[in-house]
Write a protein that binds this ligand. Structure first.
Ligand SMILES: [Zn+2]
Length: 234
């Protein structure tokens, strides 16, 4: 795939790219954690019912993410950003920090991030790498309300959608990596891109149901396809 330096690249990444670093993402996977369905640990209702259980789940995910390493796909995206600068935008559904650790700068976590927490009342997020695995849960220093993971749970609205759509509006290429092309949010982004005549590319090991919606389909794990697929032409 050739990309000119005047192109504006919008990249959407999802679970598949983290899975290649050995991280389970749980979201939408139908997977279980310690015998709990994901709805029991990643919804506002779960938080209301048992915040300690929710914090155990996210503490475990913090541990797993800290132990994982960015892979060749993360690194490839950081390299492309080095070349494109402000003409690059990365929107990720992943809550780990592997993109940042690979060197990505222009990144938006639409489903929140593992390494931030926020007060349920003040709503201000802050960096947090702590593990909360006892009944002694954290509270806000300002208002004493509970501190929750800065994660978009099932049933909550993704973060800063306005900015995502603004970036999509000025892109010339949409690259979807490691997430199903046929379900939200990728499917919605691809629809917008098609209406605007933006080039659309899909990378993943499985063919998406909406194959026709993409200009290019690369059936491959991202770690294999991404490092060599993009050629920047002046
Ligand atoms: Zn507060």
């Amino acid at each position: 795939m050739r990309l000119a330096l005047q192109d504006r690249l919008f990249v959407l990444t999802g679970a598949g790219i983290s899975a290649e670093s050995g991280l389970a993402t749980f979201r939408g996977s139908g997977g279980l954690w310690n015998g709990h369905r994901v709805e029991e640990v990643a919804t506002p209702e779960a938080w209301d019912a048992d915040p300690e259980l929710v914090w155990r789940f996210y503490s475990m995910r913090r541990r797993d993410a800290l132990a994982a390493q960015p892979n060749a796909a993360h690194t490839a995206l950081a390299r492309i950003e080095e070349k494109l600068g402000d003409r690059f935008y990365l929107c990720t559904q992943n809550v780990d920090d592997l993109h940042e650790r690979a060197g990505s700068l222009r990144i938006h976590h639409m489903h929140g991030t593992l390494f931030q927490s926020r007060c349920v009342r003040c709503n201000k997020s802050f960096p947090d790498q702590s593990f909360y695995e006892t009944p002694d849960l954290p509270t806000c220093k300002t208002c004493a309300s509970p501190i929750r993971p800065h994660i978009v749970w099932f049933g909550e609205i993704p973060l800063d959608m306005d900015n995502i759509y603004r970036e999509l509006d000025c892109a010339t290429t949409l690259l979807v990596v490691g997430t199903s092309g046929s379900v939200y949010p990728a499917a919605g982004f691809v629809d917008i891109a098609n209406r605007r005549g933006i080039r659309t590319i899909y990378i993943g090991p499985e063919e998406p149901l909406n194959t026709h919606a993409f200009d290019d389909i690369i059936l491959s794990p991202a770690t294999q396809a991404l490092p060599t697929m993009i050629e920047l032409v002046p």
